[in-house]
Design a protein. Sequence first.
Length: 126
Amino acid sequence: MQTAIVMIILTVLPGGDISSSFVNIDTRDECQTRLQRIEPILRNGKIEVKEAGCFRGEAQFDDFDHAPPGDAPRFSYLVSLQADRADVREMESPEACRDALPRQSPQHGLRHYCTLSTQGPKTTGN
């Protein structure tokens, strides 16, 4: 799979879970420009941002929907970030993600998050 740029925004939900939003973008410069416009909106909206950045990664996602239906399916992901690199793996459930966390090898600067998202992985034909 080809490495591309993905904007990842992780926010804290009221119950303490972490929500993830993804936008696949062509270039790092375009990603940084878009992120600079989005971050103040989130922070002014009193949304707790855990992490936000532009990362290299292979994952591709369905388009972001600003107002998904309340019954939209939720996807569970293990998001691993280090420097400018992201590894996003779909997990079977939030519990499976939490169970996988202790098995992740600790490395300097490597952060792991179990997240929920209404965005599914992009599949062929999407």
